[in-house]
Design a protein around this ligand. Structure first.
Ligand code: PLP
Length: 471
C-alpha cells in the first residue's frame, strides 16, 4: 500500500467507523448469528496475491457486522461496559500509526513519559491517596496494563516476591503454605492469577459475604485468617472488591485493612469497573475509603471511562515491589539510560516485555473530555441507573435484588428464576437491548449496567417497554 493509497483508505476506514456508529441504533444489539456462520462465510485459505483494501472494507458490513454484538450500542447493558469514544479511537489509531514498542525508556522516551504523566493525571482525577502517585520524593507509581486480570496477577507476583524475601523468583514457591483471600463475589481473575502463579487454586479462601449488601463479611475474614495461621498457613494476598461483577458490591477496604493489621498480607483493591467513578467527588468516599491502606489498586478506563479496550491502570504504593519481582535484563536490553537509574523501564512493571503506546488513547480521552466531561458521563450513568431502579419499583412483577450500585441495577421477576431468565432472554432475542444475568444468594437475577455515552432516557424507556412485553 503506497502512502497515497494509505491516506485514501484511511479516510475510507474512518468514514466506515463513523457510519457504523451512526447506524448502531438500528442494529440488533446482540449478534444473531449461529456458531460457524462467520467462519463459513470466509474463504478457507488466504489470497495468493494481495487484494485492494477496498475489498476488505466492502466485506465489513456483510460479513463482520452481523457477527458482532455491538458493545458501543446505546442499549448494550450486559456485563460491564467496554465503552469507547471518538477521542480514544483516534488516540489508538495514532498509537498504531506511530507503531512504537515502549518496552524500555530508551526504545521511545515519549511512550514511557507520557504514560507516567497520564497515569498520574488519572490518579489526581480520581483523588487516589498521594502514596500511589509517581513523585520524586515518593515511592509509588502506576502503569497501564492490558486488563485487570493481568494487573491482579502482577500484584500477586509482587506480593509473593516480597513475602518470600525474594526467594520465590529464584527457587519457586517452595513449601510455604501460602493463602489468598477474596470474597465469594471476587472476580474469577483472582483464582486465575493464583493458578498462573503456580500456587494452586486450593490456596484461595472464599470469604462469605453479607447476604444483603453482598460485600465481604470482615468478621468471616478475621476468622479464616486466624484459623489459617493456627494451621500453619501464611496469608499472602487479600483482594478487596470495590464494585463486584455480579452486583457492584463494595467491600469495606478500611475494615479489611484493619483485619490485616499485624498479619502482613498484601492488600489489593480490585476496582476494575467502579474505580473510575471516583472522578466524581461526591462518589469518591464510597469508592476510595480505606484505599490508602492498600498495597495496590487497579481500575479499568476501558470499562466505563470512554477509553477503547484495552487500558487498565495498576498503582502500587512502592514501585520497587514490582521491579524487584519482575526485572530481568538480558544483555541486548542493557543501555546507558536504564543503567543511570534516571528513567523508568515499564517492562519491569508487568509480566510481558513488549508494550503498546496505550497512554495515547487515555491522554486523548483526558484532554478531549476534560474532568468535567468525564464527571458528566459518569453522573449520567448513575442517574440513568437510578431511573431504572424507579421503573423496577413501579412494576409489581419485578423486584430489586440489591440496592443499585453506581450505574448497575440488579433485579428479578418475583415469579422465580424461570420467569426472570425467560424475560431476559426474550428481551435479548428481540435485538432491542442486551442484558446479562447473575445468581445472587442462589437466585437468578438480571443485570442492567449503563455505560455508553450515547445511552439516553429514551433508550431506557425503549428497553423497558420491550422487557415488559416479555414479562
Ligand atoms: N474485576 C472485576 C470486578 C471485573 O468486573 C472484571 C471484569 O468485568 C475484572 C476484574 C476483569 O477485567 P479484565 O477484563 O480487565 O481482566
Amino acid at each position: 500500500m503506497s502512502p497515497e493509497e494509505f491516506r485514501r483508505q484511511g479516510h475510507a476506514a474512518i468514514d466506515w467507523i463513523a457510519d457504523y456508529w451512526a447506524g448502531l441504533d438500528d442494529l440488533p444489539v446482540l449478534s444473531q448469528v449461529s456458531p460457524g456462520d462467520v467462519r463459513r462465510a470466509l474463504p478457507a485459505s488466504p489470497p495468493e496475491t494481495g487484494e485492494s483494501f477496498d475489498a476488505l472494507l466492502a466485506d465489513l458490513d456483510e460479513l463482520v457486522v452481523p457477527g458482532l454484538t455491538h458493545w458501543q450500542h446505546p442499549r448494550f447493558f450486559a456485563y460491564f461496559p467496554a465503552n469507547s469514544s471518538p477521542a480514544a479511537i483516534l488516540g489508538d489509531l495514532i498509537s498504531s500509526g506511530i507503531g512504537a514498542q515502549g518496552m524500555i525508556w530508551a526504545t521511545s522516551p515519549a511512550v514511557t513519559e507520557i504514560e507516567q504523566v497520564v497515569v498520574d493525571w488519572l490518579a489526581q482525577a480520581l483523588g487516589l491517596p498521594e502514596q500511589f502517585r509517581l513523585t520524586d520524593h515518593g515511592r509509588g507509581g502506576g502503569v497501564i496494563q492490558d486488563t485487570a486480570s493481568t494487573a491482579t496477577f502482577t500484584a500477586l507476583l509482587a506480593a509473593l516476591h516480597a513475602a518470600s524475601g525474594g526467594s520465590a523468583r529464584e527457587t519457586g514457591v517452595g513449601s510455604t503454605k501460602w493463602a489468598v483471600y477474596g470474597s465469594s463475589q471476587a472476580h474469577s481473575s483472582l483464582v486465575k492469577a493464583v493458578m498462573m502463579a503456580g500456587l494452586g487454586a486450593e490456596c484461595v479462601r472464599s470469604v462469605e459475604v453479607d447476604a444483603h449488601t453482598q460485600a465481604m463479611d470482615v468478621t468471616a475474614l478475621e476468622r479464616l485468617l486466624a484459623d489459617d495461621i493456627d494451621d500453619g498457613w501464611t496469608p499472602l494476598f487479600v483482594q478487596a472488591a470495590v464494585g463486584t461483577t455480579s452486583t457492584g458490591a463494595i467491600d469495606d477496604v478500611q475494615a479489611i485493612a484493619e483485619a490485616l493489621d499485624g498479619v502482613g498480607a498484601w492488600l489489593h483493591v480490585d476496582a476494575a469497573w467502579a474505580g473510575v467513578a471516583a472522578v466524581c467527588p461526591e462518589l469518591r468516599d464510597r469508592i476510595l475509603a480505606g484505599t490508602h491502606l492498600a498495597s495496590s489498586i487497579v481500575t479499568n478506563p476501558h470499562k466505563w471511562l470512554l477509553t477503547t479496550f484495552d487500558c487498565s491502570v495498576l498503582w502500587v504504593q512502592d514501585r520497587s515491589w514490582l521491579t524487584d519481582a519482575l526485572s530481568i535484563t538480558p544483555e541486548y536490553l542493557r543501555n546507558p539510560a536504564s543503567e543511570s537509574g534516571a528513567v523508568v523501564d515499564y517492562r519491569d512493571w508487568h509480566p510481558q516485555l513488549g508494550r503498546r503506546f496505550r497512554a495515547m488513547k487515555l491522554w486523548a480521552v483526558l484532554r478531549t473530555y476534560g474532568l468535567e466531561g468525564l464527571r458528566a458521563h459518569i453522573r449520567e450513568g448513575v442517574d440513568l441507573a437510578a431511573y431504572v431502579a424507579e421503573l423496577v419499583g413501579e412494576d409489581d412483577r419485578l423486584e430489586l435484588v440489591t440496592d443499585p450500585s453506581l450505574s448497575l441495577v440488579v433485579f428479578r421477576h418475583v415469579g422465580g428464576d424461570e420467569s426472570t431468565l425467560s424475560a431476559m432472554h426474550r428481551l435479548n432475542a428481540s435485538g432491542v437491548a442486551y442484558l446479562s444475568h447473575t445468581v445472587v444468594e442462589g437466585r437468578a437475577a438480571m443485570r442492567l449496567a449503563v455505560g455508553s455515552w450515547r445511552t439516553t432516557r429514551e433508550d431506557i424507556d425503549r428497553t423497558w417497554a420491550e422487557l415488559q412485553r416479555g414479562l
